[in-house]
Every structure is written in structure tokens, then in C-alpha cells.
Design a protein around this ligand. Sequence first.
Ligand SMILES: [Zn+2]
Length: 372
Amino acid sequence: MGGTWRIARIFGIDVNIDSSWLIVFVLITWTLAGSYFPYQYPDWDSWLHWTVGVATSVLFFASILAHELAHSLVAIRQGERVRSITLFIFGGVAQITEEPDRASKEFLMAIVGPLSSLAIALVFGVLWLVVRGFSEPVGALARYLALINASVALFNLIPGFPLDGGRVLRAVIWGISGNLRMATLVASWFGQGIAFLFMLWGVWQVFTGAFINGLWMAFIGWFLRNASISGYRQVLIRDMLRDIRVEDLMSHDFETVSPALTIQQIVDDYVLRRRDHAYPVADGDRLQGIICLHDVKAVPRQRWASTLVREVMTPWEKLATVSAEDDGNTVLTYMNTHDVGQLPVVEGNRLAGMLRRSDIIRFMQVRSELGI
Ligand SMILES: [Zn+2]
């Protein structure tokens, strides 16, 4: 799908909108203003139907955002980093950079989502009771938002991973058994079972005439199924990498470049020939820094012949490095949190190897093809 746009920054978290979200936003606004409110309140004029429709739709998505913010704030309180919240076609998702390391943490982070939706439903429910005698439009808006937020809470409590309810289930099994992998496997089975029911229900609806609704249900089922399978796979990967040292993952096949070369020489002799994205800069064995495509692109082309590597490289002091003894899981988490594709592996001042994200992926592919 298209792109994502950042619309706000709340508590240090980027709030993004995916282009697929525009589809649901238009669809829901159109349904509310074009058929739901006109059907319920036929004596309003169409201007009022649209005003209340748009306001309800905007507040609905604000409620989804509040649900995701609740997850994020609890995560931050528990010491996690939250990169962003993205609204997309199926609702919202908070990008929490690390999987929780304790069952109690995951339980709190998961349960707070449905609880906040329930709280929002209660607020709108009370608002509806208070204002319905004075203002029919505000009452209608409050009633709809109370019902839809209660539905969001219930839907998310379905115990299929990766829905919030599935995470709660995983946390409970994990807390009792102490085995995250087994807990994820069980929660993922539930998730796949529920996804299957959604798809079945969708197909049944398609054949009984509710074509659009049926397709939508099947689509949600398909999405849930993929998410619950990949959720379990991620845990497997982490489990596997935890026992692997960087030494076994890193590549010895790297070429260092001299800090005295020009950018033009780097491009001609290394980048175009080897197609690597980053090159360690070293004087003999001593690592001085790293130069990557990003640094090269920052220099205007007409200055490539006159600019030296040492002027644009990321110097050693600012460089994130790993040791050959680190475990694969820690390093992969670091790469994901800091959005880096490669890390130099150092021993003292000496460059022992390069670890690229692709090295880790290839390592896993070979293992899984051998069935290990
Ligand atoms: Zn949630």
C-alpha cells in the first residue's frame, strides 16, 4: 500500500496514518452520514446527517488512538520504548520495539487496551444519558460512540493472539508455566482457530447475500491468521538467536577502505563493484569509522572527487559496535530499535568482522531449510 504520514507527536510517540486508513475513514463516514443516521433520524436535514457523521467518525478514530496510547503509555512506564502508533485499515497498532520480558508486564500492556475502550464507552454512555433530552444530534453521536467502543473492547478481548485478549491469554499461560514459547504457541493456535471462524463466517455471509460484509469478515480472518503465525515465528526466532553468538553470525568477508581515499574512488572501486551498503574505514587493523551509502549520498556529486572518506565517515567514537561474544537476540533487537542494517564486530580496537541484518536472515534460512 501507499505511504504513511506523520500527523502528530504525543508523549514523544509519532502518530502515523497509513494510506489504507483513508479507505476505512471514508467508508465509515459515508456509512454513518449516508445511511446510519438518515435511517435512525429521518427528520434531520442532510447537512446535519453529514455534520454528525463526520464528527462521529473523527471521534471514533480518536478513540482508537486513545486505545493505542493506553498500550503505549503502560509500555513506557514499564521501561519499553515506543516508536510510533499507526492507524491503518484494521484499526491501530503501536510499535513497541521490544517484546516484553516478563509475563506481568505483557499482561498489563495488553489488558489496558480493552479497558480503555471500555472506559471511553462508559464516558459516552453517560454523556448520552445526560444530553439525549436536550440535544438529539449530540445524543445520537454519544450513543453510537458508546456502542462502537464497547464493541472494540469486546473484539479485542477475543483470546486469539495477536489480539489483546490473545496477549492476555499468553501472559497468563506464560506466568503459570514460565515458558514463553509454549504460551505463544497455544495463544497462536487460538488466534488461528478464531481467524478460521472469521473466514468461515465471511464465506457463509457471501453465499447468503451479505457480500461486502462477508468479504470484510474473511479479510479480517486472513489478516489475523497471518499475524498470529508470524507472532509465533518471531518468538521462535528470538529463542533460536538467544543461544547463538555474534561470532557465528558475522561475516569475515568484508573489505576495509582507507580514510585517505576520495568518495569517487569508494564509489568506483567498492560500492559499484561489491554492492555492500557500508564499509569499515581502517588504518591497518585499527578501526577508524564506517562509511555507508547514506554518507556518500549526503555529498553533492561534483564534490566526490575532492572529498575524503575521513571527512564524511561516522567516526569510531560515535559508532555502535558489538562484541563477538554478544548473543544474536540482543543484537537483532538493537538493530531493530536503532534502525541499523549492519554493525562492526570489534575486539579491543581491532575489527573482527561485520554483522549485517542479511547475515542473520541467511543464517536462519539455512537452519530452517535443514529443519534445525
Ligand atoms: Zn489493543
